[in-house]
Write a protein that binds this ligand. Structure first.
Ligand SMILES: [Zn+2]
Ligand SMILES: [Zn+2]
Length: 237
């Protein structure tokens, strides 16, 4: 068992707010240079860059987890981290079935492009990806768990798009695996993690969390969030 440093909230250039420099290859190079052992790519309501990033990560010895930053009907952002390729495809289909197809204006919000490993554009998404799904936060949580994923309300201490800012409280019936904070919050009943929410390469690893694990993997992360079998979130100094 040893400490692993992870940043589990990184946007690629697919997110309209993500810099065009945020290609999977660039993200991996930056993550490695920042000393990260594990990352997750989490684009708004989309997982289209997960497989490419996982593949490039595997080739260079960086563990990449598949994730999405889902916007619920209440405009609450949550990270959903998924165990494997099949569950990710299936979760994307669930997202698509709740998409409201709000038109996207790239001139105002930025491009939403999917690229291949040679950085050729292979697809442009024409609905506005961050728009709220027609699914409540309870439904997002249920879908995350029915796909074997982890449900982590994002940046809960930011005034906008976090669960506390949008709802004013954390509903007691939500099954929460962890909460992501930007600053410091005391007296939370949930495991607390910190991630960069990077949209530009320079921000990758600006916030991270260290976990005591056997290896860098989804299964080990899940155990650490539950405090199981000697795995745990290493408290910050
Ligand atoms: Zn967000
Ligand atoms: Zn984000």
């Amino acid at each position: 068992m040893k400490p692993f440093r992870a940043d589990l909230h990184i946007h690629t250039l697919l997110s309209p707010c993500g810099s065009l420099e945020m290609s999977p290859r660039e993200i991996i190079a930056r993550a490695k240079s920042r000393g990260l052992d594990m990352i997750a790519v989490a684009d708004h309501n989309s997982t289209y860059h997960c497989e490419l990033t996982v593949t490039l990560g595997r080739e260079t010895g960086l563990t990449v987890l598949r994730a999405a930053e889902v916007t619920s009907a209440e405009e609450v952002h949550s990270l959903v981290i998924l165990p494997d390729e099949a569950s990710t495809l299936s979760f994307q289909a669930w997202i698509d079935s709740h998409c409201t197809n709000m038109p996207h204006n790239p001139d105002i919000f930025g491009d939403q492009v999917v690229i291949d490993r040679d950085e050729n554009i292979i697809r442009e998404i024409d609905h506005f990806l961050p728009a709220a799904l027609n699914a409540s936060i309870d439904e997002v949580e249920s879908a995350a768990h029915s796909h074997g994923g982890l449900f982590i309300p994002a940046h809960i201490d930011r005034p906008a798009m976090g669960i506390l800012g949008q709802l004013g409280f954390i509903p007691g019936d939500l099954f929460i695996d962890a909460v992501e904070v930007v600053g410091r919050i005391a007296d939370l009943l949930f495991p607390v993690i910190r991630n960069s929410d990077a949209h530009v390469p320079e921000h990758i690893g600006r916030r991270y969390t260290e976990y005591m694990l056997e290896s860098a993997s989804f299964a080990e992360l899940a155990k650490a969030l539950r405090g199981e079998a000697g795995r745990f979130i290493i408290p910050q100094p």
